[in-house]
Design a protein around this ligand. Sequence first.
Ligand code: 4AD
Ligand code: MG
Length: 455
Amino acid sequence: MSEETVVNIEETKAASAPVATISTLGKHEGQSVTLKGWLYNLRESGKLLFPIFRDGTGTVQGVAHVKSVPAEVFEALKGLTQESSVIVTGKVRADKRAPGGYELDVENIQVIQRVSESDPFPISLKEHGVEFLMEHRHLWVRTPRQSAILRIRAEIMRAAAEYFDQNGFIRTDPPILTPAACEGTSTLFPVDYFGEPAFLTQSGQLYIESTALALGKVYSFGPTFRAEKSKTRRHLTEFWMVEPEVAFCDLNDLMQLAENYLSHIVQSVVKNRAPELEVIGRDIQKLEAIVPPFPRLRYDEAAKMLNDAHAKGELENPFEYGNDFGSPDETWLTKQFDKPVMVHRYPAAVKAFYMEPDPEDPTYALCLDVLAPEGYGEVIGGSQRVSSYDLLKSRIEAHNLPLESFQWYLDLRRYGSVPHAGFGMGIERVVAWVCGLDHVRETIPFARTLHRIYP
Ligand code: 4AD
Ligand code: MG
């Protein structure tokens, strides 16, 4: 139980100095400001207290000397427990050694809720195991590193929408409840739709093919679901996908879009989230290198590189031609380049039913995967779409998909069919790469994985 109840909100507004945030302290050098936040850590050394405050925008170290602050302020701070909520007033002082460049000479403090000593904040500053942290994800998000990742994620999502909004794409939101599969290659979560079987969407693609033929250039941006019982560091069961779809677009145009798009997103993070990249210790130079053009490889060339690598002992298992790349293959491949690599023209047999065959050799699909460097692997998958009615119909049948569910999709090939193309980008995969994380579970506020749906 809390020792003190939260004070009246009106009282918290009666601050004696202008309210500031930690990220903008630089604008207030030499002035007294009020910060609203939490105690992140406290170091005590006799007559000196060094509280570190956080407010969601960053952290700042305060300094309080027994002789320079009122006795009740010193008493309130002394022994104050981690994550107690506070309103603190202090004078901003530049300090080159301080992480954000500033320190706060504490003048006053109001404790809003003091965390009890007998029930301390579970996430102390010592190391914790990942399972423990995931179990306490609702509190873990408060720590500076996790907050920084979430701020970078928000920037990635902002830039992801911005690029399309500024380049003539119209956002059209596909349904999440769907009557049939989109990706024949992945598993669906079933739901009971008033007694009818339905599924959570795996991708909005089929629906935005329809809106692309209505509006020209469109995109969708929303949660998607995959029920594979996969527990790799790249898999979530619920993740956010952004998907553009463009009428009168071929594979070449699509590759250009993909490299410009991904570069825009990464450079936006470099420009707007440099302090957060520093908090998480990310090498910014590696991100600055992400500019178009990206290297392009045919699937066949990539397969040959993998086989050579195996022959030289750099890859444990031989690559079996005709398969999709496995995780170790992607990891090895992407380590050969310092930019994302665009692998195109996979064998049609391993790819989705809707992909347009290469007119030069129909055993290949006009598709691409964009593999992020440093071993991160696939972040984008896309293709040109089958535009012929007859071919699409035979593909649906060959894949044993229920034809009646796809009548509307076939209509798009009956009424003014055009070459069109699009891709899907997984936000969490991009966050993992941009932040240099080794698992996607830290890239989303509350990850949904094979063995976790709490909290
Ligand atoms: O390659 P995928 O399966 O492609 C599609 O769904 C197409 N219908 C998209 C399109 O053409 N409009 O998925 C696209 C991207 C992947 O490249 C990956 O970044 C991400 O979605 N992704 C996942 N991210 C996290 N967890 C999973 N289980 C993911 N599955 C795919
Ligand atoms: Mg894919």
